[in-house]
Design a protein around this ligand. Structure first.
Ligand code: C2E
Ligand code: CA
Ligand code: CA
Length: 579
């Protein structure tokens, strides 16, 4: 305790009458707490007596006891002020003082308490100063607070701590640098948890957090703000570009798969960004970034929050209501995009893609309404409708041509349908209603349908195979490269995701991925399709690499049923001529 000095003339304590001193001493020794008698003589505070517990408290156990001494010679500092004020007015002044950090002894924390005492014989006003060691309490409280602010799994600050940090920066009167809040969502995390167990999920989060750390710059703060959600407060020097650059660094870091108990898992994330503009509070800023994440999920790239986007949330809501109505009133339509046999150039099949033209808003993209349908459960009705419509169209085409056409129609099945509907029953209904055999139908499923509930997926897939339909794994390469599932399930086709196809001509990694998927398919006895072929170069490259079929704007966009049939006829004629 800095307030007590040990170099004071002995004379002062000697000046006290012996009996008086002894009674002080007896009083102190009887006290179970660390205590001392302090008096104010002139300008100086003097220590008249102390008990052994006091000596231990300020010097540590076994240390030499302090001399009976003056308190710091000028009586300055918080302890001096505290005692002085009390001695001047014992009834009016504070009698308790918690020493602040650095004022305690070593790393211990004391609370000082004062009680009035009789004056010394020379009239010096005196009081009893006791020290209460609060170290344990203070530590416990600090630990608790630290716990409250820390995520125990990753050791990172949690959401509470994160918003506190944002607040601190927001309050700074002159901000030399601006800041942005990034919210990062680990996509499909609950499925990893469900399929691989929560321990694996935890491991993934820890590794994820470590990777995020390596994307930080000095002055950035990383926090785990939710189960599968992280936040970063980024200092901006060049404005929004810095935030987008941080997002790009993070995505780059995630391009390497994670290793989890023997499996390599590709983890994707969605990143939402909100810029600090000094007007919103920390909570609001954070929520804006969370809102931007939702949008990022839809558009598939980091998204900056723009004010007024709450209006979009309402739009989403009204989409749900209106989509319900559109399904009931048959206002949706299926378009058909050809899949071309890359060797022969003939039409191998068509993928049925839902289209919705809203009476007032015009066309609404499936990228927007399919997620709404999935969240609201409307996808079950939509899926049944699409299945039925696709089979019906095929029957209409057959009738128009007067023969059974030699291609298939592919219908997309959402993971929600696999999880909640009797899809095999629904496919069978459509086949019966329109007399279409299973071998003319292809079903496109995503890896997420498997990961959610592998044993259910196995049953559903087998039920679909029993109907003689073809099963294609859609968006392959973007989900979980779990070979175990692929081998077990009766999958016929791997459909290479368009993100790899698109980048093939510029990015060697994408070429490597496409090659790897093609050789994997070969090893597993599956055929391959590539989507998103936008140029003749891509078509020829993919064909050279051994990819069986492909679809994309280079061949045709999704077309209304009639146009699709016309496309088939024209293409057949053209191919025949070439032969
Ligand atoms: P998807 O199954 O991966 O469908 C392929 C998407 O790529 C389609 O987008 C298609 O129009 C687009 N596409 C095709 N060729 C190219 C190309 O060369 N370049 C580019 N940039 N894009 C190309 P669309 O029609 O917007 O559908 C988006 C997604 O919505 C589909 O992705 C599918 O997951 C979902 N979807 C569409 N219709 C249905 C449906 O009836 N049921 C279900 N469950 N999902 C559907
Ligand atoms: Ca598809
Ligand atoms: Ca796809």
């Amino acid at each position: 305790m800095q307030a007590v000095a040990h170099h004071v003339p002995e004379t002062n304590s000697r000046a006290l009458p012996a009996r008086e001193r002894q009674s002080d001493q007896a009083l102190l020794d009887a006290l179970p707490i660390a205590a001392t008698v302090v008096g104010l003589k002139g300008e100086k505070l003097w220590v008249y007596a102390f008990n052994s517990r006091f000596a231990e408290a300020i010097s540590g156990p076994g240390a030499a006891a302090p001399a009976k001494d003056a308190m710091d010679s000028h009586g300055e500092g918080p302890v001096g002020d505290f005692v002085r004020a009390f001695l001047a007015d014992p009834a009016g002044a504070k009698s308790e003082l918690a020493l602040q950090d650095g004022e305690g002894i070593g790393s211990r924390h004391f609370t000082l308490k004062l009680a009035p005492l009789h004056a010394q014989e020379d009239g010096t006003p005196c009081c009893l100063l006791s020290l209460v060691d609060k170290t344990v309490e203070v530590q416990a409280e600090r630990n608790l607070r630290a716990e409250m602010l820390r995520d125990s799994l990753t050791g990172l600050p949690n959401r509470l701590a994160f918003t506190e940090t944002i607040e601190k920066f927001g309050e700074m009167p002159t901000r030399s640098v601006d800041h942005a809040v990034l919210v990062i969502d680990v996509l499909r995390f609950s499925r990893i948890n469900e399929s691989m167990g929560s321990l694996a999920g935890d491991e993934l989060l820890i590794t994820f957090a470590r990777r995020l750390m390596s994307a930080l710059r000095a002055g950035d703060t990383l926090a785990r703000t939710g189960g599968n959600e992280f936040g970063i407060l980024v200092a901006l020097k060049r404005g929004v570009q810095d935030a987008l650059a941080a997002a790009a660094r993070i995505q780059e870091l995630l391009s390497t798969p994670f290793k989890l108990s023997e499996l390599e898992i590709k983890v994707d994330c969605a990143i939402g960004i909100a810029l600090m503009n000094g007007e919103q509070d920390a909570e609001e800023l954070f929520r804006n970034a969370q809102f931007a994440v939702k949008q990022a999920k839809q558009v598939g790239k980091p998204t900056v929050y723009e004010p007024g986007e709450a209006a979009d949330a309402r739009r989403r809501f009204s989409i749900e209501t209106e989509l319900r109505r559109a399904i009931d009133r048959d206002e949706l339509e299926l378009y058909y995009q050809p899949l071309i046999n890359l060797r022969s150039g003939t039409v191998a099949g068509y993928e049925a893609l839902a289209r919705w033209t809203h009476a007032e808003r015009g066309p609404i993209s499936p990228g927007e309404f399919i997620p709404v349908a999935e969240e609201s459960g409307l996808i079950l009705d939509l899926g049944r409708w699409a299945m039925d419509r696709a089979a019906a169209t095929m029957a209409e085409w057959d009738r128009a041509v007067g023969e059974k056409l030699p291609f298939y129609v592919a219908v997309n099945l959402s993971a929600i349908q696999i999880a909640r509907d009797d899809v095999a029953g629904c496919v069978e209904d459509a086949m019966r209603a329109h007399r279409i055999p299973g071998n003319r139908l292809r079903l496109e499923l995503t890896e997420s349908a498997i990961v959610q509930d592998p044993s259910r997926a196995t049953r559903v897939f087998e039920g679909l195979k029993a109907l003689d339909t073809t099963l294609a794994m859609d968006d392959f390469g973007t989900g979980y490269s779990s070979l175990a599932y692929l081998q077990k399930l009766p999958i016929d086709v791997l459909k290479i995701d368009q993100s790899f196809v698109r980048d093939m001509l510029s990015d060697q990694d994408s070429v490597a991925i496409v090659r790897a998927i093609l050789s994997l398919a070969e090893a597993l006895g599956m055929s391959t399709t590539a989507e998103g072929i936008e140029s003749v170069e891509l078509a020829t490259t993919l064909s050279a690499l051994g990819c069986g079929s492909g679809q994309g704007y280079h061949f045709a966009r999704p077309l209304p049923a009639e146009d699709a049939l016309r496309y088939y006829r024209e293409r057949s004629v053209a191919v025949d001529k070439r032969r």
